[in-house]
Write a protein that binds this ligand. Structure first.
Ligand code: SPV
Ligand code: MG
Length: 297
Protein backbone atom coordinates (compact mmCIF):
# COMPACT_ATOMS: atom_id res chain seq x y z
CA UNK A 1 0.00 0.00 0.00
CA UNK A 2 1.51 3.37 -0.98
CA UNK A 3 1.56 5.99 1.74
CA UNK A 4 1.98 9.74 1.20
CA UNK A 5 3.06 12.57 3.49
CA UNK A 6 5.84 10.56 5.04
CA UNK A 7 8.92 12.43 3.87
CA UNK A 8 11.28 12.96 6.84
CA UNK A 9 11.00 16.76 6.96
CA UNK A 10 7.19 16.60 6.95
CA UNK A 11 6.85 13.76 9.40
CA UNK A 12 9.49 14.91 11.90
CA UNK A 13 7.73 18.15 12.78
CA UNK A 14 4.30 16.56 13.07
CA UNK A 15 4.60 15.64 16.76
CA UNK A 16 5.31 19.22 17.83
CA UNK A 17 2.50 20.44 15.56
CA UNK A 18 -0.05 18.07 17.13
CA UNK A 19 1.19 18.86 20.65
CA UNK A 20 0.86 22.57 19.98
CA UNK A 21 -2.64 22.16 18.55
CA UNK A 22 -4.17 19.54 20.82
CA UNK A 23 -2.01 19.60 23.97
CA UNK A 24 -2.93 15.95 24.62
CA UNK A 25 -1.82 12.93 22.58
CA UNK A 26 -2.70 9.25 22.57
CA UNK A 27 0.16 7.01 21.44
CA UNK A 28 0.31 3.27 20.73
CA UNK A 29 3.24 0.90 20.30
CA UNK A 30 4.42 0.01 16.81
CA UNK A 31 7.13 -2.60 16.41
CA UNK A 32 6.98 -3.49 12.70
CA UNK A 33 5.18 -2.57 9.49
CA UNK A 34 2.00 -4.39 10.45
CA UNK A 35 1.58 -2.87 13.91
CA UNK A 36 2.52 0.48 12.38
CA UNK A 37 -0.44 0.07 10.03
CA UNK A 38 -2.70 -0.73 12.97
CA UNK A 39 -1.66 2.49 14.73
CA UNK A 40 -1.99 4.42 11.48
CA UNK A 41 -5.43 3.16 10.48
CA UNK A 42 -7.43 2.27 13.59
CA UNK A 43 -10.34 4.65 14.14
CA UNK A 44 -13.30 4.34 16.51
CA UNK A 45 -15.99 7.03 17.00
CA UNK A 46 -13.76 9.81 15.62
CA UNK A 47 -10.93 8.70 17.89
CA UNK A 48 -7.53 7.62 16.62
CA UNK A 49 -3.89 7.43 17.72
CA UNK A 50 -1.75 10.53 17.28
CA UNK A 51 1.65 8.88 17.14
CA UNK A 52 3.63 5.63 17.45
CA UNK A 53 5.89 4.42 20.25
CA UNK A 54 8.86 2.33 19.26
CA UNK A 55 9.20 0.38 22.50
CA UNK A 56 12.47 -1.27 23.51
CA UNK A 57 10.49 -3.92 25.38
CA UNK A 58 8.41 -4.85 22.33
CA UNK A 59 11.30 -4.62 19.88
CA UNK A 60 13.53 -6.90 21.94
CA UNK A 61 10.76 -9.32 22.97
CA UNK A 62 9.74 -9.78 19.34
CA UNK A 63 13.33 -10.76 18.64
CA UNK A 64 13.28 -13.20 21.57
CA UNK A 65 15.76 -11.16 23.59
CA UNK A 66 15.65 -9.33 26.95
CA UNK A 67 14.95 -5.61 27.27
CA UNK A 68 18.49 -4.72 28.36
CA UNK A 69 19.85 -2.79 25.38
CA UNK A 70 21.04 -6.00 23.69
CA UNK A 71 19.33 -4.92 20.44
CA UNK A 72 21.78 -2.55 18.81
CA UNK A 73 21.01 0.85 17.33
CA UNK A 74 21.38 -0.26 13.69
CA UNK A 75 18.74 -2.92 14.19
CA UNK A 76 16.40 -0.39 15.78
CA UNK A 77 16.89 2.01 12.88
CA UNK A 78 16.06 -0.79 10.46
CA UNK A 79 12.82 -1.45 12.34
CA UNK A 80 11.98 2.27 12.34
CA UNK A 81 12.57 2.44 8.58
CA UNK A 82 10.29 -0.57 8.07
CA UNK A 83 7.51 1.23 9.94
CA UNK A 84 8.21 4.53 8.19
CA UNK A 85 7.87 3.01 4.76
CA UNK A 86 4.19 2.21 5.26
CA UNK A 87 2.95 4.89 7.68
CA UNK A 88 2.89 8.67 8.10
CA UNK A 89 2.16 9.33 11.79
CA UNK A 90 4.90 10.75 14.01
CA UNK A 91 7.26 8.34 15.75
CA UNK A 92 8.57 8.52 19.31
CA UNK A 93 11.56 6.24 19.82
CA UNK A 94 12.42 4.60 23.12
CA UNK A 95 16.14 5.35 23.34
CA UNK A 96 16.74 3.31 26.54
CA UNK A 97 19.54 5.06 28.48
CA UNK A 98 20.84 6.78 25.35
CA UNK A 99 24.08 4.81 25.80
CA UNK A 100 27.45 6.56 25.92
CA UNK A 101 27.13 10.27 25.33
CA UNK A 102 29.76 9.93 22.57
CA UNK A 103 27.37 7.57 20.75
CA UNK A 104 24.18 9.42 21.67
CA UNK A 105 25.21 12.57 19.80
CA UNK A 106 25.46 10.55 16.58
CA UNK A 107 22.33 8.52 17.20
CA UNK A 108 20.08 11.55 17.75
CA UNK A 109 21.30 13.00 14.47
CA UNK A 110 20.43 9.77 12.68
CA UNK A 111 16.95 9.67 14.20
CA UNK A 112 16.38 13.32 13.35
CA UNK A 113 17.59 12.87 9.76
CA UNK A 114 15.35 9.91 9.00
CA UNK A 115 12.25 11.71 10.27
CA UNK A 116 11.70 10.50 13.84
CA UNK A 117 10.01 13.19 15.96
CA UNK A 118 11.29 12.41 19.45
CA UNK A 119 13.55 10.16 21.46
CA UNK A 120 12.95 9.42 25.13
CA UNK A 121 15.98 8.45 27.20
CA UNK A 122 15.91 7.21 30.79
CA UNK A 123 18.23 8.19 33.63
CA UNK A 124 19.52 4.71 34.47
CA UNK A 125 23.01 3.30 34.21
CA UNK A 126 24.74 -0.07 34.13
CA UNK A 127 22.91 -2.99 32.56
CA UNK A 128 19.49 -1.45 31.96
CA UNK A 129 16.60 -3.59 33.11
CA UNK A 130 12.95 -3.16 32.13
CA UNK A 131 11.31 -0.67 34.49
CA UNK A 132 8.24 -2.80 35.14
CA UNK A 133 10.47 -5.37 36.84
CA UNK A 134 10.71 -2.68 39.52
CA UNK A 135 12.54 -3.85 42.63
CA UNK A 136 12.80 -7.41 41.28
CA UNK A 137 15.76 -6.12 39.24
CA UNK A 138 18.74 -3.95 40.06
CA UNK A 139 17.75 -0.44 38.93
CA UNK A 140 20.64 2.01 39.21
CA UNK A 141 20.04 5.68 38.56
CA UNK A 142 22.57 7.76 36.68
CA UNK A 143 24.01 10.80 38.39
CA UNK A 144 21.59 13.58 37.48
CA UNK A 145 24.31 15.99 36.32
CA UNK A 146 25.85 13.37 34.04
CA UNK A 147 22.44 12.60 32.55
CA UNK A 148 21.64 16.31 32.18
CA UNK A 149 24.90 16.70 30.28
CA UNK A 150 23.87 13.88 27.91
CA UNK A 151 20.67 15.78 27.12
CA UNK A 152 22.52 19.04 26.64
CA UNK A 153 25.08 17.49 24.29
CA UNK A 154 22.36 15.65 22.36
CA UNK A 155 20.41 18.88 21.90
CA UNK A 156 23.49 20.74 20.72
CA UNK A 157 24.01 18.25 17.88
CA UNK A 158 20.53 18.56 16.39
CA UNK A 159 19.98 20.37 13.10
CA UNK A 160 16.31 21.33 13.45
CA UNK A 161 13.88 22.61 16.08
CA UNK A 162 11.48 19.82 15.17
CA UNK A 163 13.14 16.93 16.98
CA UNK A 164 12.50 16.50 20.69
CA UNK A 165 14.72 14.91 23.33
CA UNK A 166 12.51 13.87 26.23
CA UNK A 167 14.05 12.92 29.58
CA UNK A 168 12.58 9.94 31.42
CA UNK A 169 12.77 10.17 35.19
CA UNK A 170 13.16 6.72 36.79
CA UNK A 171 13.19 7.78 40.46
CA UNK A 172 10.05 5.77 41.33
CA UNK A 173 11.39 2.71 39.49
CA UNK A 174 14.47 2.86 41.72
CA UNK A 175 12.38 3.25 44.89
CA UNK A 176 13.00 6.99 45.36
CA UNK A 177 10.36 9.59 46.23
CA UNK A 178 8.67 12.48 44.45
CA UNK A 179 11.30 14.94 45.77
CA UNK A 180 14.01 13.00 43.98
CA UNK A 181 11.85 12.84 40.82
CA UNK A 182 11.25 16.61 40.85
CA UNK A 183 14.88 17.30 41.55
CA UNK A 184 15.89 15.25 38.52
CA UNK A 185 13.17 16.75 36.33
CA UNK A 186 14.42 20.23 37.26
CA UNK A 187 17.95 19.34 36.20
CA UNK A 188 16.81 17.86 32.88
CA UNK A 189 14.52 20.78 32.01
CA UNK A 190 17.38 23.14 32.81
CA UNK A 191 19.62 21.14 30.49
CA UNK A 192 17.17 21.69 27.63
CA UNK A 193 14.94 18.59 27.66
CA UNK A 194 11.89 19.15 25.44
CA UNK A 195 9.69 17.12 27.77
CA UNK A 196 9.71 14.82 30.78
CA UNK A 197 8.44 11.26 31.07
CA UNK A 198 7.64 9.89 34.51
CA UNK A 199 7.28 6.17 35.10
CA UNK A 200 6.12 3.81 37.86
CA UNK A 201 5.58 0.07 38.26
CA UNK A 202 3.10 0.50 41.11
CA UNK A 203 -0.53 -0.34 40.44
CA UNK A 204 -2.23 2.45 42.38
CA UNK A 205 -0.64 5.21 40.27
CA UNK A 206 -0.48 7.50 43.31
CA UNK A 207 3.15 8.56 42.88
CA UNK A 208 2.44 9.38 39.23
CA UNK A 209 -0.50 11.60 40.18
CA UNK A 210 1.63 13.33 42.85
CA UNK A 211 4.37 13.97 40.31
CA UNK A 212 2.01 15.26 37.62
CA UNK A 213 0.55 17.77 40.07
CA UNK A 214 3.93 18.96 41.35
CA UNK A 215 5.47 19.12 37.88
CA UNK A 216 2.64 20.99 36.21
CA UNK A 217 2.50 23.69 38.89
CA UNK A 218 6.09 24.49 38.00
CA UNK A 219 6.24 23.68 34.29
CA UNK A 220 2.86 24.29 32.73
CA UNK A 221 4.26 24.36 29.19
CA UNK A 222 6.71 21.44 29.30
CA UNK A 223 5.12 18.30 27.81
CA UNK A 224 4.70 15.48 30.31
CA UNK A 225 4.57 11.85 29.20
CA UNK A 226 3.08 8.93 31.14
CA UNK A 227 2.89 5.20 30.41
CA UNK A 228 -0.07 3.72 32.28
CA UNK A 229 0.81 0.03 32.01
CA UNK A 230 0.85 -0.75 35.74
CA UNK A 231 -1.90 1.72 36.69
CA UNK A 232 -4.15 0.89 33.75
CA UNK A 233 -7.39 1.58 35.63
CA UNK A 234 -7.11 5.28 34.84
CA UNK A 235 -9.08 6.62 31.91
CA UNK A 236 -7.00 8.87 29.67
CA UNK A 237 -8.95 11.96 30.68
CA UNK A 238 -8.06 11.43 34.36
CA UNK A 239 -4.38 11.71 33.43
CA UNK A 240 -4.90 14.52 30.90
CA UNK A 241 -7.12 16.50 33.28
CA UNK A 242 -4.35 16.47 35.88
CA UNK A 243 -1.80 17.73 33.38
CA UNK A 244 -0.30 14.80 31.47
CA UNK A 245 0.14 15.62 27.76
CA UNK A 246 1.09 12.29 26.21
CA UNK A 247 -0.31 8.90 27.19
CA UNK A 248 1.58 5.94 25.74
CA UNK A 249 0.00 2.49 25.46
CA UNK A 250 3.38 0.79 25.34
CA UNK A 251 2.90 -2.95 24.93
CA UNK A 252 -0.76 -4.01 24.69
CA UNK A 253 -0.51 -5.16 21.06
CA UNK A 254 2.50 -7.34 21.82
CA UNK A 255 0.93 -8.87 24.92
CA UNK A 256 -2.43 -9.56 23.30
CA UNK A 257 -0.88 -11.11 20.19
CA UNK A 258 1.40 -13.31 22.32
CA UNK A 259 -1.60 -14.57 24.26
CA UNK A 260 -3.61 -15.45 21.17
CA UNK A 261 -0.63 -16.90 19.27
CA UNK A 262 0.23 -19.21 22.18
CA UNK A 263 -3.38 -20.32 22.46
CA UNK A 264 -3.57 -21.00 18.72
CA UNK A 265 -0.30 -22.95 18.71
CA UNK A 266 -1.59 -25.18 21.52
CA UNK A 267 -5.03 -25.62 19.98
CA UNK A 268 -3.64 -26.82 16.62
CA UNK A 269 -1.60 -29.45 18.47
CA UNK A 270 -4.69 -30.58 20.36
CA UNK A 271 -7.02 -30.62 17.33
CA UNK A 272 -4.45 -31.83 14.79
CA UNK A 273 -6.06 -29.41 12.33
CA UNK A 274 -6.62 -25.64 12.10
CA UNK A 275 -10.39 -25.42 11.49
CA UNK A 276 -11.37 -24.34 15.01
CA UNK A 277 -8.61 -21.73 15.41
CA UNK A 278 -9.19 -20.35 11.91
CA UNK A 279 -12.88 -19.87 12.63
CA UNK A 280 -12.50 -18.50 16.14
CA UNK A 281 -9.17 -16.76 16.57
CA UNK A 282 -7.82 -15.82 13.14
CA UNK A 283 -8.41 -12.88 10.84
CA UNK A 284 -9.61 -14.11 7.47
CA UNK A 285 -7.13 -14.25 4.60
CA UNK A 286 -9.20 -11.55 2.84
CA UNK A 287 -8.84 -9.25 5.85
CA UNK A 288 -5.08 -9.72 6.05
CA UNK A 289 -4.57 -9.23 2.33
CA UNK A 290 -6.67 -6.06 2.49
CA UNK A 291 -4.56 -4.55 5.31
CA UNK A 292 -1.41 -4.85 3.27
CA UNK A 293 -2.91 -4.11 -0.14
CA UNK A 294 -0.79 -4.78 -3.20
CA UNK A 295 1.73 -2.92 -5.29
CA UNK A 296 -0.96 -1.39 -7.50
CA UNK A 297 -2.69 0.38 -4.54
C1 SPV B 1 9.09 0.20 26.72
O1 SPV B 1 7.96 0.09 26.20
O2 SPV B 1 10.08 -0.37 26.29
C2 SPV B 1 9.27 1.07 27.88
C3 SPV B 1 8.15 1.26 28.81
O3 SPV B 1 10.38 1.53 28.10
S1 SPV B 1 8.33 0.05 30.04
O4 SPV B 1 8.39 -1.26 29.40
O5 SPV B 1 7.17 0.18 30.90
O6 SPV B 1 9.56 0.34 30.78
MG1 MG C 1 11.92 0.61 27.02
Amino acid sequence: MCVNNNMPEVRRKRLKQILYKKKILRVLEASNGLTGLIVENTKVDNKEYDAMWLSSLCDSTLKGKPDNEVIDFSSRVKTIEEIMEVTSKPIIVDGDTGGHVEHFIYNVKTLERIGVSAVIIEDKKGLKQNSLLGNKAVQILEDKEIFADKIKKGKSHLQTDDFMIIARVESFIAGKDVEDAMDRADAYVKAGADGIMIHSYKNDGQEILDFITRFKIKYVNIPLVVVPTAYNQFKEHELFDRGANIVIYANQLLRSSYKVMTMVAEQILKDECSKDVSENYCASMEEILKVIGDSSD
